[in-house]
Ligand binder design. Structure first.
Ligand SMILES: [Zn+2]
Ligand SMILES: [Zn+2]
Length: 433
């Protein structure tokens, strides 16, 4: 079998690999890399027409965003994903379509029809339900966001496991990823691939968040929490709601803005994929955590109600690359009583990363904005950290070969390469497995 990396090698973003044997092929993820400019998988248009199958590990655009491009080139591979992934990509791809149409006026790269067609054609696969995609394939739960999957590919005696993005901890909403699977080859993310990437416990991180919120509200300030629409936002919102109910943080409005509300609804519709705590709360007590009375949406486009009094604003985009968070920053950044709390990964080159590196002036809608508000970051990742990745890799039975991808630096290699054949792949390189 041959494995080619069209993206996601030594970078976080545009995950896209092709697994093939003779005429049989399966593309593993089909993502883009969003930043100041959008980067696409390094696959030639003509080659797309020979792709027969695509499996999608989860809805984040760095794993799914290239699907409508594939459709716009008239390729019609079979596409496989879980139900929450299908529902969530509907929101994310439509938003991406609007943004790119505005950017590339006149010569848009794909249309809303391509998004609709992807949604219509996607084949829904349950966890543990075997399916044929030239090879025998099965999804296992990955714990990263709702519907996220690890992909097990079987070809005769060969077993290849692609982790997708994984989380090893139980979160507010989800159970951790499945462990102890058997595979000879593992293709694993290493977003947190350096020795410094050891994350504190969620409890520690939330304690820090609670104190920042209390101190800010005491001064009469607003708290901005930039977040990805899907995944971190739901975790953070449910945690904030819990802490408010228990009295750990004072009562105030928690606003959600951007696509977070839509993603929240999809999480609610797919609550069967949540962990038992959430299911019990919904089924047995009619206490629906997704519809808490503490949650609010801005009442108008001017968002005056949000700016009026101290409150918490959870909004997109997570890395300050667009979305309503820029509106709030423009309005609130000048006042040192306010605070911004980062909760997610900030990729190199993004505005979020620059702010964390202490840059005090940023451009918003072509205007320079000085940041006088308090800037904090807590580590609440949906990814396995350095130590957890080692544990995960060691939990795979019969493992011989490890590809470390979806990471900027892979120091992880040094920790495991006495036990396995470890490869840090390069873009456009093909490996025999
Ligand atoms: Zn992800
Ligand atoms: Zn990812």
């Amino acid at each position: 079998m041959r494995l080619t990396f069209y993206g996601g090698a030594q970078e976080v973003g545009r995950v896209c690999m092709l697994l093939e044997e003779g005429p049989k092929n399966l593309m593993l993820d089909c993502g883009i890399k969003l930043g100041e400019t959008t980067e696409y998988p390094l696959i030639h248009e003509d080659e797309l027409l020979r792709i027969r199958n695509i499996s999608v590990s989860h809805a984040h655009l760095d794993h799914s965003g290239y699907l409508p491009h594939v459709y716009s080139k008239k390729a019609r591979p079979k596409i496989f994903m879980t139900k929450p992934t299908r529902d969530l990509i509907g929101v994310l791809l439509s938003d991406y379509q609007r943004i790119q149409a505005a950017k590339h006026e006149g010569k848009k790269l794909f249309g809303s029809k391509d998004v609709d067609d992807v949604m219509r054609d996607a084949r829904i696969i349950e966890y543990l339900e075997p399916f044929q995609a030239d090879f025998k394939v099965q999804f296992h739960s990955a714990g990263h966001i709702m519907g996220s999957a690890m992909t097990m590919i079987e070809n005769g005696p060969k077993k290849i496991l692609f982790s997708g993005d994984i989380c090893m901890r139980k979160t507010r909403v989800l159970d951790p990823c499945e462990r102890g699977l058997s595979a000879e080859t593992l293709i694993v993310e290493n977003t947190y691939g350096t020795k410094e990437d050891i994350l504190p416990s969620y409890r520690e991180s939330y304690q820090k968040m609670i104190s920042i919120i209390k101190e800010t509200v005491d001064k009469g300030g607003h708290i901005i929490i930039p977040s990805f629409a899907v995944g971190r936002a739901q975790e953070v919102l449910l945690a904030l709601d819990d802490y408010m109910r228990s009295g750990a943080i004072p009562p105030m409005k928690i606003f959600m803005d951007g696509m977070i509300g839509k993603a929240m609804k999809i999480y609610r519709h797919n609550a069967i994929y949540a962990n038992d705590d959430i299911k019990k709360r919904i089924l047995m007590s009619e206490d629906d955590p997704f519809k808490s009375p503490n949650f609010h949406h801005p009442r108008s486009k001017t968002r005056e109600d949000v700016l009026k009094e101290p409150c918490i604003i959870v909004t997109t985009s997570g890395m300050l690359s667009g979305g309503p968070v820029l509106f709030y920053l423009e309005k609130l950044a000048h006042d040192p009583r306010n605070a911004i709390i980062f909760v997610g990964y900030q990729a190199e080159g993004t505005t979020g990363n620059k702010v964390l590196q202490n840059e005090k002036k940023i451009q918003i809608y072509g205007k320079e904005v000085e940041l006088k508000l308090r800037i904090e970051s807590i580590r609440l990742s949906g990814h396995a950290d350095f130590n957890e990745l080692i544990q995960y890799i060691r939990s795979v039975k019969g493992l011989k070969r490890v590809f470390l991808m979806h990471g900027e630096k892979s120091e992880l290699k040094d920790s495991i390469d006495k036990d396995y054949d470890v490869i840090v792949p390069r873009q456009l390189e093909t490996y025999a497995i």
